[in-house]
Design a binder for this molecule. Structure first.
Ligand code: G3P
Ligand code: CA
Length: 250
């Protein structure tokens, strides 16, 4: 929720801390998620993948190369090997020693404190990951929770997710123009609750169509105050941002 500069009325909008408050702390770590809670974002966004030995872990890239001091594909490393890596030092010395979090660790720590937007990152690499996510959400009584959203660029996976979890909100991540036509938006609305276009694709018509089809619109990613101004000039429902304050302090 924020108050627009010019108007005076309160605008209801979800602020989603993208990979946590990742402008201020190493993405997809407890540091970034705690910072998002402290900044009063509405949701943290987390990217979920799977280790070689079947643990669900939170990391964006399909390799550990960019965000840790290690090398290799996430799917080829065991959880023990992933745990040995430093996932914070690249963002600043004082973050050294941050670990790649486990999915259930994030559910346990943030349940009831902040909403959780779960992205299935490259689920094609991890057959059966949808069922594993469902089982974990059930374990934490989050399988019907209002402040859980699941999203992916993989539409087939999201269709499956809606069948497995009809009470959880599902989002489709859209970065290609062909997925912005009226027909494409209508097709998405048969299983998605959120239509999530990259900000480069935003148009008023698209937002109107998605809403007419009963979906909410979430756009991404704010990395500057100017980008916040731009995104918020559209009638969208939620914004993913590396800097929650750029949105919350509008
Ligand atoms: O929430 C939108 C965003 O997370 C999608 O892109 O690459 O940051 O996972 P990416
Ligand atoms: Ca993401």
């Amino acid at each position: 929720v924020f108050v627009p500069k010019s108007a005076g009325e309160v605008r209801h909008l979800f602020t989603i801390a993208h990979r946590g408050a990742s402008g201020y702390a190493p993405e997809n770590t407890i540091y970034a998620f705690d910072k998002a809670v402290e900044m009063k974002a509405d949701y943290i966004e987390i990217d979920v993948q799977r280790s070689k030995d079947g643990k669900l872990v939170i990391i964006h890239d399909t390799t550990v190369n960019r965000t840790t001091n290690g090398a290799g594909a996430v799917k080829d490393l065991t959880f023990k090997e992933l745990q040995r890596l430093d996932a914070g030092g690249w963002k600043g010395k004082h973050f050294s020693g941050a670990k790649i979090p486990l999915f259930e660790e994030v559910l346990a720590r943030y349940k009831g404190k902040i909403g959780i937007l779960i992205e299935l990152k490259s689920p094609g690499l991890y057959p059966g990951i949808e069922e594993e996510i469902v089982n974990k959400l059930k374990q934490f009584n989050l399988d019907k929770h209002k402040k859980i959203i699941i999203q992916s660029f993989n539409f087939k996976s999201m269709k499956k997710m809606k069948q497995l979890l009809p009470d959880v909100q599902i989002g489709v991540l859209v970065s290609k123009k062909k997925n912005t036509t009226e027909q494409a938006i209508k097709d998405f609305s048969s299983y998605a609750d959120y239509y999530n276009p990259s900000f480069e694709l935003l148009t008023d018509d698209m937002v109107r169509t998605a809403k007419e089809e009963g979906m909410k619109v979430l756009s991404w990613t704010v990395r500057s105050p100017e980008a916040a101004d731009f995104l918020l000039s559209y009638n969208i429902d939620a914004v993913a941002t590396d800097y929650p304050d750029y949105v919350l302090l509008q």
